[in-house]
Design a protein around this ligand. Structure first.
Ligand code: HAM
Length: 420
């Protein structure tokens, strides 16, 4: 069997029973935006390479090391999207949504591709649920975005181990001065060559270094929240006040720096401590200025991307069992040819009435069919044999208690409904 194909390195298949958790997580993460006036948007999986270079930032790892870039047969340089924001903003501009009522509020879900070193929680294809809001600089919308992320994780999925880290990265006015102050501080430290190079490309990213010895050196580093301009300070204070009003628990995290270049002011990350190194299950923030960079008007924006893969890992780490939307309620068992005619019709009737059901195929023995009923996890088996066909009836068996009743066929639905 050595010639069988395998999923490409860093990717995996979502198959049952895990696929039920996957779908439940996706549904949970998409619920808050659907309750909050967000429209659904879908954009292509690939875009012009230049969109990501300009939108995500040339100095980021994502653009400099991780993109799946290829030339198509027409000689265009295309890239599989490594994240959702740049493509969504391109679509908003191209479809002139920014010329209508503001703010534009959209949500999306789908796969992203990054050529990373695979490990648990870090894949070459990962799926996000994301939102983007365009055209509002109101701190209340930052709070709405943060609330949606954390509400899905804590209240809908029931995760207890998620910490919400919040920071402000300043703006195009105050960050350059801070950056210079930080660079001066870093220049006075004994840093290894790789870290020094990182400091030249983006000194803020050095603050995020996880190594203990580096963190010790950085103990007295100047931090962005202490160097915000009045506007950024007021904005940040308002965001935190709204989070307090919403009762959202958060930690102020002055060293939080995100891996993408477009962030200003509010940034946040949801981290789960049960996941090891890849602890960020979602993150986002404000990107005022990005839309202008992509050729649009100077409109502000804020959004998030939540990782479906890592959220599933967090759900599993906490042992949470999520309701399975695809769980069948009834399993139909025909015993004989005539009864199969009845059961095929009955399955259709139940499904059209909104009762999820499955049935035994391939005329197996009663024993094999009941095994199938067991395996399906259905609450009820509905058995139709020759006697029942003659009576126009079916046996409804409770798979838990073993109790069974014979009911006329036209009462099967109401019998099941009264117990579901
Ligand atoms: P990001 O932090 O790069 O942000 O990704 C968002 C989330 O996607 C991460 O927190 C993580 O859960 C998941 N993720 C990222 N890379 C991987 C990977 N290689 N394997 C598994 N999961 C991964 C963004 O992408 C921004 N576009 C979010 C945003 C939207 N900011 C504003 N609007």
């Amino acid at each position: 069997m050595s010639d069988q194909f395998k999923a490409p390195k860093g990717t995996y298949d979502v198959v049952a029973p895990f696929s039920a958790t996957w779908l439940a997580v996706k549904n949970a993460l998409t619920t808050p935006p659907m309750l909050s006036g967000y429209d659904y948007i879908e954009t292509p999986l690939f875009e012009d390479t230049a969109l990501f270079v300009r939108g995500v930032g040339e100095s980021t790892d994502v653009v400099s090391k991780e993109m799946y870039t290829f030339e198509d047969r027409g000689g265009r340089s295309l890239t599989l999207r490594p994240e959702g924001t740049a493509g969504v903003l391109r679509a908003v501009l191209e479809n002139r949504l920014d010329k209508g009522a503001l703010p534009v509020k959209v949500w999306y879900t789908g796969p992203n591709f990054r050529y990373e070193q695979p490990q648990s929680g870090r894949y070459r294809q990962h799926t996000q649920v994301g939102v983007e809001t365009i055209g509002s600089s109101d701190p209340a919308i930052d709070a709405e975005v943060i609330w949606m992320a954390i509400h899905a994780q804590r209240n809908i999925l029931g995760l207890t181990g998620v910490r919400l880290l919040v920071n402000s990265l300043g703006c195009h006015n105050c960050r350059p001065t801070y950056r210079a102050t930080l660079t001066e501080f870093l220049n006075g430290l004994k840093l290894d060559e790789a870290t020094r190079q990182r400091a030249i490309i983006n000194p803020l990213r050095v603050l995020d270094d996880k190594r203990e010895d580096v963190q010790e050196l950085l103990a007295d580093a100047p931090l962005m929240p202490d160097h915000l301009c009045d506007e950024c300070r007021n904005h940040h204070a308002s965001v935190l006040r709204f989070l307090d009003i919403l009762g959202v628990e958060y930690e102020q995290s002055p060293r939080l720096v995100r891996g993408l270049d477009y962030y200003v002011k509010t940034t946040f990350e949801c981290v789960h401590d049960g996941l090891g190194a890849q602890s960020a299950i979602g993150g986002g923030g404000r990107y005022d200025g990005l839309i202008e960079t992509l050729g649009g008007d100077a409109l502000p924006g804020v959004g998030f991307g939540l990782g479906v893969d890592r959220t599933c890992l967090a759900v599993q780490a906490e042992g949470i069992i999520l309701p399975d939307a695809m769980q069948v309620k009834a399993f139909l068992v025909p015993m004989g040819e005539a009864s199969q005619d009845v059961v095929v019709g009955l399955a259709q009737t139940l499904r059209e009435a909104g009762i999820a059901c499955d049935m035994a195929f391939d005329a197996r023995s009663m024993k094999a069919a009941m095994k199938g009923a067991d395996r399906s996890g259905a609450m009820f088996a509905v058995i139709v044999g020759d006697d029942e066909v003659a009576q126009g009836a079916a046996v409804v068996k409770n798979m838990g208690s073993g109790e069974q009743v014979t009911v006329p066929l036209d009462l099967v639905i109401s019998t099941l409904q009264s117990h579901i």
